[in-house]
Design a protein around this ligand. Structure first.
Ligand code: PBG
Length: 323
């Protein structure tokens, strides 16, 4: 059937008609809101490159988590900024670490929201790499043991789900084994399965104070040019016991989200990263685009591509609109 018989514009005539045939709906239920926690009290330090986001001490963090819960958002994703960093990433797994304390505080005051934790070492190592160094290289197998210990410490503090993001081979397997061994077989793993070495993490590294002190992350995070490799990475994580598989970043990798959705029968998460947020904010501040429309369009596109879960710094703004 061709023009003039079929006229697609008939179904775009007005908003009611468009609503009727709209294929993709964002839901508050899909959203995870990331938060940054730091030592101290009454600290709310703005992150310059991410307007509206803050490094929060635990007292303020709990308040933000309450507001997030009140908006109906089901989960927060926590990142910790420790007081001290060392070669061994000690702050990542100790009982009195910043994340461990934050989890306990949230669980005590806001029991009705899921606490998901990023499991990585870059915020805790003095050199800023995501694992243990051997010379100038990140030692894979030494690192996965520390990641497993870190995930266990999060579960022990009360985390509802752990999200390993270091891109070490075998990290999901190592974490699953130790969680099962210690009685946390009911704690799911959301695996950063296809995580690219991306320039779009720039603002996050300010937020989490986690930029590598030398070199880059290209020997462990994926080459942005590769798509088939993402499928191999996801296949491995599924085999190792991942419960949710994540693609990150989101907007420049919609094809990877789509392929992952098609090829795997597990919930797919997409992380719309700091740079995706900041570039919309910055352009909007310049008056170059409409922030609200750009935010909704970008996030809807991520869902349309196949994401079941979207981690986004816009989560609260979106919930305010659709909630
Ligand atoms: C690693 C981690 C990073 C992000 C999430 N987890 C940074 C990195 O790999 O360099 C980036 C998130 C974002 O940019 O919003 N701990």
């Amino acid at each position: 059937m061709q023009y003039p018989e079929y006229r697609p514009r008939r179904l775009r005539k007005n908003e009611l008609m468009r609503r009727l045939v709209r294929e993709t709906q964002l839901s508050v239920d899909d959203l995870i809101y990331p938060l940054f926690v730091i030592e101290g009290t009454k600290v709310k330090k703005p992150i310059a490159s991410m307007p509206g986001n803050f490094q929060l001490s635990i007292d303020y963090l709990v308040e933000e988590v309450k507001q997030t819960r009140d908006l109906g958002i089901p989960a927060v994703l926590l990142f910790g900024i420790p007081d001290r960093k060392d070669e061994m990433a000690t702050g990542a797994f100790v009982k009195q670490g910043i994340i461990q304390k934050a989890i306990r505080a949230i669980k005590k005051s806001v029991p009705d929201i899921l606490v998901v934790t990023d499991v990585c070492l870059c915020e805790y190592t003095s050199h800023g790499h995501c694992g243990m160094l051997e010379g100038d290289e990140v030692d894979n197998d030494a690192t996965i043991e520390v990641l497993a210990e870190t995930a266990l410490s999060h579960a022990d503090a009360g985390a509802d789900m752990v999200a390993p993001s270091a891109m070490m081979d075998g990290q999901v397997c190592a974490i699953r084994e130790v969680l099962d061994e210690k009685g946390f077989e009911q704690i799911p793993i959301m695996a950063y399965a296809a995580k690219y070495a991306s320039a779009f993490y720039g603002p996050f590294r300010d937020a989490a104070e986690s930029a590598p002190q030398f070199g880059d992350r290209k020997s462990y995070q994926m080459d942005p040019a590769n798509g088939d490799e993402a499928i191999r990475e996801v296949t491995l994580d599924v085999g190792e016991g991942a419960d949710i598989i994540m693609v990150k970043p989101a907007l420049p990798y919609l094809d990877i989200i789509g392929r992952t959705r098609e090829e795997f029968d597990l919930p797919v998460a997409a992380y719309s990263v700091s740079g995706e947020f900041s570039m919309i904010k910055a352009a909007a501040n310049m008056g170059w685009l409409d922030e609200r429309q750009a935010m909704m369009e970008a996030t809807t596109a991520i869902k349309r591509a196949g994401a079941d879960i979207i981690i986004t710094y816009f989560a609260r703004d979106i919930a305010g609109i659709i909630g």
